[in-house]
Design a protein around this ligand. Structure first.
Ligand code: NAD
Length: 473
């Protein structure tokens, strides 16, 4: 595993000019695994200059050449799947046997999917005297969080490359390893220098420059709503396009005629997966009053079935959270839930048995949660499920939509058509019905304070394209 990191700018590996490093810590062992180079604003300027210099040639390169390079990247990433898995486990703490399915496999598929869309900028539509075409937007800053580091970078990088944009990637402080591997692959396959630039560092120090730089044309940001607002503010004076993929507090409505066992199991596992560190986790479960205690009992069983522990062991279903700092935050929310009077069904503040080291938190279920409670309103980003009670379906829909967020949602009803009627009323960018799962073929993004962009599917490409109209006299 890489232990010393460098920046990748204009096709060259270089030390950060600050000379500073930040330790990346394995959340299972609490031991440092990498001394990450901390870029400063001069390094950002160098990376933007490299991306700007590379843009004219890359944006005019034949679609077939961009496609060839992207497919070569996908093949090379697949060949290094074990490295990608090791890096994900070491930085994020997810169980090793889950990493390929949930973090690595679909982004590689997405790279191939977007490679097939490179021709979008060659399409020309003419109606009467108007000719419409699409062009790459330019130099893009890509800022990502730590929870799905590989997936989030590919979700931005693949459509950006397909469109003909050049990029500066800024990974989260906890997870630069995946981006470093991607930079190595860009070099290996011969991506032209400056098309992909990697700047590792501290968001609060270099984030403003990355977003405000006059030569940056577009910013794609995934992360917390608080940082997303700062990103938009920094980009606003330059009137840059900003694609924001932010936090969530997604609701899951289960109707009284649904298959309760299947629905509650699906919803509980959804929140526990990746230690609840998934932006679209269905953390508010709405259950009809008449079936409430039955649902609580099922959720308790599912939570207590989990095997918490070393992410390298094959039986582990939940590893540690991504950092000790994040563990403290999640425990603080669990404490608030208890203090505000929610019923702690299972889990809680204690360390799981036998795990004295590491950022471990027990899967936690709260019942008797009311919509005004903090744990029903704020994003916890941990394995914490709130179960709320409703009397009528209209009341459930109203409570579900009563949130500052609108990233995802879910419905489990008697059948698909009944679920669809409710899904249409959910104020969220996605709605999973009858146990649906994430796919790169569905546009993903938020309503309200969950953001304004869309990633994945063809919609993800739109973020990186301008529209030009030529009108003949
Ligand atoms: P975060 O906002 O703290 O950090 C995200 C990234 O922003 C990091 O790279 C960080 O260095 C950078 N950053 C911090 N301050 C910045 C600033 N002022 N300017 C520019 N960049 C700055 O988020 P996090 O804790 O890493 O991730 C968790 C959050 O991400 C959760 O809220 C989660 O819901 C959200 N998320 C959203 C999606 C989505 O697609 N909507 C996906 C995954 C995670």
């Amino acid at each position: 595993m890489i232990t010393q990191s460098k920046l990748f700018i204009g096709g060259q590996w270089m030390d950060a000019s600050s000379g500073q490093t930040l330790d990346v810590i394995n959340p299972a062992t609490e031991q440092p695994i990498l001394a990450m180079a901390c870029a400063n604003e001069d390094d950002v300027d160098r990376a933007v200059a490299a991306a700007k210099a590379a843009f004219p040639a890359w944006s005019r390169s034949p679609a077939a050449e961009r496609k060839r390079l992207m497919l070569a990247m996908a093949d090379a990433l697949e060949a290094r799947a074990a490295d990608l898995i090791d890096a994900t486990v070491a930085c994020v703490g997810i169980p090793r046997h889950q990493a390929m399915d949930f973090q690595i496999g679909s982004p590689i598929e997405a790279l191939r999917y977007y490679a097939d869309l490179c021709g979008v900028v060659d399409k020309v539509e003419t109606k009467n005297n108007v000719t419409i075409m699409r062009e790459p937007i330019g130099v893009c800053t890509l800022i990502n969080p730590w929870n799905y580091p590989f997936m989030q970078l590919i979700g931005k990088l693949a459509p950006a490359l397909a469109a003909g944009c050049t990029v500066i990637a800024k990974p989260a402080e906890q997870t630069p390893l995946l981006d470093i591997i991607i930079a190595e692959i860009c070099e290996t396959v011969g991506l032209p220098a400056g098309v992909f630039n990697l700047v590792t560092g501290i968001g609060a120090q270099i984030g403003h420059r990355l977003c405000a730089h006059p030569d940056v044309d577009m910013v794609s940001f995934t992360g917390s709503t608080g940082a997303g607002i700062k990103v938009a503010q920094a980009a606003a004076p330059g009137v840059k396009r900003v694609c924001q993929e932010l936090g969530g507090k997604s609701p899951f409505i289960i109707t009284d005629d649904a298959d309760l066992e299947a629905a509650v199991r699906y919803g509980t596992e959804n929140v526990i997966l990746m230690g609840g560190q998934t932006c679209d986790a269905l953390t508010r479960m709405f259950v009809p009053a008449g079936r409430y205690e039955e649902a609580v009992a099922i959720a308790k069983t599912v939570a207590e079935e989990q095997v918490i522990g070393d992410p390298l062991l094959p039986d582990t279903t939940i590893g540690p959270l991504a950092s000790m700092v994040h563990r403290d935050r999640v425990l603080r929310y669990i404490g608030i839930g208890i203090d505000e009077g929610a019923r702690l069904v299972t889990g809680g503040l204690d360390r799981p048995d036998g795990l004295e080291i590491g950022a471990y938190v027990k899967p936690t279920i709260f019942a008797d949660v009311t919509p005004d409670m903090t744990i029903a309103r704020e994003e916890i980003f941990g394995p914490v499920l709130s179960i709320l009670k409703y009397e009528t379906l209209d009341e459930a829909i109203k409570m579900a939509n009563d949130s500052q967020f609108g990233l995802s949602s879910a419905v489990w009803a008697k059948d698909k058509s009944a679920a669809l009627k409710i899904a249409r009323q959910m104020q969220a960018g996605q709605c999973y019905i009858q146990g649906g799962y994430f796919t790169i073929h569905a546009p993903f993004g938020g309503y309200k304070q969950s953001g304004n962009g869309r990633e994945w599917a063809e919609h993800g490409l739109e973020e990186y394209l301008e529209t030009k109209a030529i009108i003949a006299g």
